[in-house]
Design a protein around this ligand. Sequence first.
Ligand SMILES: [Zn+2]
Length: 65
Amino acid sequence: MQGRLRDQQLSVDIETVCAHCARPMHLTADSELRFRVHDPTAHPLVFSPQVDWATFEEPNITHAF
Ligand SMILES: [Zn+2]
C-alpha cells in the first residue's frame, strides 16, 4: 500500500507465526500486492484490499475500511 501511495516500488518482509499452531511464517509483499510465501508448505490467507487510488481521498488506508 505504501508503494502505491508514494508511487514507488516497495516490498516488505513479514515474519510472523501461525495463530493456530505457532509455526513461523515468512512472507514478502510488494507494491503490486503480490505475495510470496517462503515456506512452500504454508498456505496463509492473505487479505489484499482493492482500492481505487484515483478516487481515494481518506487520510489513511484504515479509514477506507
Ligand atoms: Zn498453523
